[in-house]
Write a protein that binds this ligand. Structure first.
Ligand code: NI
Length: 173
């Protein structure tokens, strides 16, 4: 199990670096992240959330579609998007907070898989939602940053508490 770092940890505000080596180490890290995501009951987990500031994340497709498998998305980019939907989001790095977030409904993306193979895809629904949430992590953005000013103000105290606990834990390590 990898430790999931929380809101307030500066690594989560960094811009993740592109992946250039598609090697055994990457494969092992991805396997560990998939296990950590599943134990944490998350539907997605980005590398910065396990303190690796690199541009990749994992999605658990088994929670999205019948017969789906966990998958690694590497060096992702959104090429275009359209529509709009409001869906409740949560995050393993922002425990106990769930809020409605407005985002595009459909996205056209490109990314590499664990072998470095390039993919271009268009999709909507939950997969599009998770993809956008995780891609935000690679840019140092949290879903709570996308809430209205009023909502954010209401969450301020709770977020500050998460950050304080995270900083205390960092010192112990
Ligand atoms: Ni998240």
């Amino acid at each position: 199990m990898m430790r999931i770092i929380k809101y307030g940890n500066p690594i989560l505000r960094m811009k993740a670096k592109p992946v250039t080596e598609f090697d055994e180490e990457l494969r092992q890290t991805i396997d560990d992240m998939i296990e950590t995501m599943q134990v944490g009951e998350g539907i997605g987990l980005a590398a910065p959330q396990v303190a690796i500031s690199k541009a990749f994340f994992v999605i658990d497709n088994s929670l999205i579609e019948e017969g789906g498998q966990p998958e690694a998305i590497i060096n992702p980019e959104i090429l275009s998007s359209n529509g709009e939907s409001i869906i409740e989001e949560g995050c393993l790095s922002v425990p106990e907070i769930r809020e409605d977030v407005k985002r595009p409904d459909f996205i056209k993306v490109k990314y590499q898989d664990v072998d470095g193979k390039m993919h271009e895809e268009e999709f909507g629904g939950v997969r599009a939602r998770v993809f956008q949430h995780e891609l935000d992590h690679l840019k140092g953005i949290f879903f709570v940053d996308r809430l209205g000013a009023m909502k954010r103000k209401l969450l301020q105290k709770q977020l500050r508490q998460i950050a304080e606990e995270e900083m205390a834990e960092r010192v112990e390590v």
